[in-house]
Design a protein around this ligand. Structure first.
Ligand code: NCD
Length: 399
């Protein structure tokens, strides 16, 4: 795109070079790619999120949380449809006392007067302290972060950019909440009595099960090629050792794992397998029975061209639905995840699965609020204040 031409060289660099400039020492400066979420940063964000979640249980805790960032203003610039990401960012801001503002329809902004997108962003940065943005243009958020860095180098006002979904490319804050859910699920250290007894039983049955995301098998199913949540989460998980990934998608060019992502994961040492049905087997055993975590996605119809529309309409999607029979073959502890929305017509996860103890998708969505609040505290470097507030409320700081 012409207006991003100036960032051509920066965009073409290997991801490792880009990541360095999106951080300030060991803290994130902008949130653009899933692979920025290293195990160390995730551990920090997880701790923040757990503290916020515990504090939010009481009125006193909520009062203290609202005093953390009342001097900050956020712009939610969402020019693509969104329910969960938008509302959970808004709720996260409200929890922390951040004032929230939104532009969802670019026709109400000066873009109709031929203002460039980059000028619009720079204007937002004059009035707000963080921009959370979702766009159908893949490189937009990344270019905005480079523009902010350039302004910072010129000692001008610069603010954090958060990518809340960029084209079919990346959705790093979804990866963050997915990882928060995975870290909590594989912690095997739940405190509630019912969770303890359930996990107690599971621990007996799966005695060699180790805590944490490393060494586990993750099964992704659906629109692998265009699912930005899959792309970001896979890039994050790939940083843990011994990870195996199963990708289950129709054998169609746009839906299956694309070559670039495959190369990248290969390069990171992930053991990758591709299948065209949830009933497939590997080494004689059903893949579903080997998965430690199942991540379902919907077919992203909004990205269809006229040609793919017809081709995809003719694909039988039955092999990509998580029916009760298929769920019965899963391990007892394997979380069933979905970034949502699920497709109510296709029914990749039928509603009868919702009451299964492994169905994690509604909890996963609520985790998004805690995880995004944790990210805002991190970006605004307010972690020390969070620890102090936690200490005031509970009388001790969390390690
Ligand atoms: C996802 C997205 O927008 O990429 N939704 C979300 O943010 N939870 C997934 C999707 O739309 O399928």
């Amino acid at each position: 795109m012409e207006e991003f031409a100036k960032f051509r060289h920066q965009l073409a660099r290997p991801i490792e070079d880009k990541i360095r400039e999106l951080q300030r020492h060991d803290r994130l400066k902008h949130m653009i790619f899933g692979s920025q979420l290293s195990p160390e940063i995730l551990e920090k964000l997880r701790r923040n999120a757990d503290m916020i979640r515990n504090m939010a249980r009481s009125r006193q805790g909520n009062d203290r949380l609202r005093q953390l960032l009342p001097h900050k203003r956020a712009m939610l610039y969402f020019t693509q449809p969104s329910t969960r990401t938008f509302l959970s960012f808004m709720a996260a801001c409200q929890i922390l006392g951040i004032t929230c503002n939104e532009v969802r329809n670019p026709e109400t902004s000066s873009e109709v007067k031929r203002e460039s997108r980059m000028d619009s962003i720079r204007m937002f940065s004059s009035y707000f302290d963080v921009i959370v943005m979702r766009s159908k243009i893949s490189d937009f958020a990344e270019c905005c972060s480079y523009m902010m860095n350039e302004l910072e180098n010129q000692e001008m006002r610069a603010i954090p950019i958060v990518n809340a979904g960029s084209g079919s490319d990346e959705h790093p804050t979804q990866a963050l909440l997915d990882m928060y859910t995975i870290l909590r699920t594989f912690d095997f250290d739940e405190t509630s009595a019912s969770a303890r007894s359930r996990l107690g039983r599971l621990k007996e049955k799966y005695s060699d099960l180790k805590p944490g995301p490393a060494g586990k098998t993750y099964l992704f199913c659906g629109d692998i090629g265009r699912g930005r949540t899959v792309r970001s989460l896979a890039a994050t998980l790939a940083q843990y050792p011994g990870v195996r990934m199963f990708f289950v998608a129709p054998a169609h060019e746009v839906l299956k794992l694309d070559a670039e992502m495959k190369d990248r994961l290969d390069h990171q040492g992930v053991d990758i397998y591709e299948f065209t049905s949830l009933d497939a087997k590997l080494d004689g055993d059903p893949i579903l029975s080997q998965a430690d975590c199942v991540y379902m996605t919907r077919i992203q119809r909004e990205h269809n061209s006229k040609e793919t529309e017809e081709q995809i309409a003719n694909i039988d999607l039955a092999p990509f639905k998580l029916t009760p029979d298929r769920v019965n073959t899963l391990k007892d502890y394997a979380p069933i995840m979905h970034p949502f929305p699920r497709d109510s017509v296709v029914g990749e996860i039928p509603t009868e699965i919702d009451s299964d103890p492994r169905a994690m998708y509604f909890r996963q969505a609520r985790n998004g609020m805690w995880a995004r609040a944790a990210l805002l505290v991190h970006l605004f470097d307010a972690v020390d204040s969070l620890y102090l507030a936690y200490h005031d409320v509970f009388g001790r700081a969390q390690d």
